[in-house]
Write a protein that binds this ligand. Structure first.
Ligand code: NAD
Length: 498
């Protein structure tokens, strides 16, 4: 018997006004139907936004430490439910259990950080220019935040947005990816159990071009936070610009790992396998380019290809699986199209390039880990985000070469350098044009208490996580208290009056 799920609006579970549903299937075995989720329309979004707006009037007045206490309780519930959440996430998204456990852990860490931020949310008190006068600033909540999230971190990314928004005193409407609705359902169920008041957290399932668009364009939603592809981010940016909304965009990447001739090659080998093929290459920070110094190129490539060919594909819930499926058929077709691009561009297919054979992969969206060598800077394979298990190897002569090639794409999320030379490491941290640079570690692996995001067409200047995100979800207000009992005039040259 298939379960039919609902939206959470104003504390009630409601069927979509459209009466239409979307199927959620396991990408490792599409015969496995997880459930039917609302294919919501603008009327559902309207209802959710109104509920969030009503709840905001009370929630904004709850002291921030008390808002933080609820997030701490939600964090505890995530801990208690970690294993079940991870299992369910692997079933709907495909990545292996160790990774989905990590995804839940990131949500837990984000909860702890946000809970403690309820006791900080620092403003500033500074000296006034005038006598007997105080000057101070503090953070105010903004209103209803519309959160639009992608499929690849089904729990962590919603929490990166939702938890800081809530502790700052905003209410939220979450529109999760239509590919991973079940994890979002479980997250808001646990939030209700933690005791969040009705309407503070609302969940509207559905497709981007209908439910997502209605949320982005709703006039009562002054804040939009989006993570997803750069093309979707451009559309959202246009609407938000027209409507003067506060907008955070976290988008695509084409991240490079640089391996110099003095690198610890064993370490670099483990790093590139994890960076390129972890999450089946479906991470915004995935290592999709390997810039390999000519002196170690052939030796390293040979070892890498042999290891990549042996990676175990299958259902991520099985203990020996190392690489799961892609998220859906379109994603598989996109990867296949880039194999053709690589052939046309005369790159050398070193390993992979096909759908795997064998019973373990017969019913899912699997693709072999694939490596192209001899990839030319400026080619499509080197420039475009594929979002699958495809690694492009470029031969380099020097660190200068590597920095130029790294910086020669439109994205700027993460980069990594393997070297034993401290001068090279600091030079690279300065000159690689990315939001994040790792030294002697792969391009993936963010920590919840540091700002996360990218430059150029990866982002629009905001960051998720860490201390910076709290700026995004709050307005600065300034107050002056004049206790002199006289009219003192600021912005007038009056020092001689004192
Ligand atoms: P996507 O852009 O297809 O969808 C993301 C979300 O946007 C989904 O919820 C979708 O329903 C919604 N959406 C689609 N069209 C919309 C519209 N017109 N209006 C409003 N909402 C709309 O992305 P995806 O395939 O789910 O995720 C993969 C992409 O996300 C990759 O490009 C990846 O690099 C990026 N990503 C970036 C980061 C980061 O932090 N920079 C993190 C994870 C993923």
């Amino acid at each position: 018997m298939t379960t039919t799920y609902k939206n959470l609006i104003g504390g009630e579970w409601l069927a979509p006004s459209t009466r239409r549903y979307l199927e959620n299937r396991n990408p490792a075995d599409t015969r496995d139907l997880i459930g039917r989720f609302p294919d919501s329309g603008p009327a559902d979004v309207e209802r959710a936004v109104r509920a969030a707006r009503r709840a905001f009037e009370q929630w904004r007045l709850v002291p921030a430490p008390a808002r933080g206490d609820l997030l701490r309780r939600l964090g505890e519930l995530l801990v208690e439910n970690k294993e079940a959440l991870a299992e369910g996430m692997t079933r709907e998204m495909g990545k292996v259990l160790t990774e989905t456990r990590g995804d839940v852990q990131e949500g837990i860490d984000t909860a702890w950080y946000a809970a403690s931020e309820g006791r900080r949310l620092f403003g500033r008190t500074v000296p006034s220019e005038l006598r007997a006068k105080w000057a101070m600033s503090w953070r105010r909540p903004i209103g209803v935040c519309g959160l639009v999230t992608p499929f690849n971190f089904p729990l962590a990314i919603p929490t990166w947005k939702m938890f800081p928004a809530l502790v700052c005193g905003n209410t939220v409407v979450l529109k999760p990816s239509e590919d991973v609705p079940h994890t979002a359902h479980r997250l808001v169920e646990l939030a209700l159990e933690a005791g969040f008041p009705a309407g503070v957290i609302n969940l509207v399932h559905g497709r981007g071009e209908t439910a997502g668009k209605a949320l982005v364009e709703h006039p009562l939603v002054p804040v939009i936070s989006f993570t997803g592809s750069t093309s979707t981010g451009s559309l959202i940016g246009e609407s938000c610009g027209r409507m003067h909304k506060r907008l955070s965009l976290e988008m695509g990447g084409k991240n490079a790992m640089i391996v110099m001739d003095d690198a610890d090659l064993d370490l670099a080998l483990e790093g590139v396998l994890w960076g390129a093929f972890g999450t089946t290459g479906q991470r915004c920070t995935a290592t999709s380019r390997l810039l390999l110094h000519r002196k170690v190129h052939d030796r390293f490539l040979g070892r890498l290809a042999a290891r990549a060919a042996r990676l175990q594909l299958g259902d991520g819930r099985k203990p020996d699986t190392e690489v799961g499926p892609l998220i859906h058929q379109e994603s598989l077709a996109k990867v296949a199209s880039y194999i053709e691009v690589g052939r046309r561009e005369k790159a050398e297919l070193v390993t992979g390039g096909r759908r795997p054979k064998g019973a373990a992969c017969a019913h899912g969206w699997f693709h072999e880990p694939t490596i192209f060598a001899g990839v030319k800077p400026g080619s499509r394979l080197e420039q475009e985000e594929i979002f699958g298990p495809v690694l492009s190897v470029v031969r380099i002569d020097s660190l200068d070469d590597a920095i130029r090639i790294n910086n020669g794409v439109r994205y700027g999320l993460s980069s990594s350098l393997y070297t034993r030379d401290v001068h090279a490491a600091f030079r690279a941290m300065q000159d690689l044009d990315n939001g994040i640079t790792y030294i002697n570690a792969p391009t993936i692996g963010a920590e919840a208490h540091l700002p996360f995001g990218g430059v150029k067409q990866t982002g629009n200047g905001h960051r998720e996580g860490g201390w910076e995100v709290y700026e995004f979800y709050s307005e600065t207000k300034v107050g002056y208290v004049d206790y002199s009992g006289t009219l003192q005039r600021a912005q007038i040259d009056n020092y001689d009056e004192g």
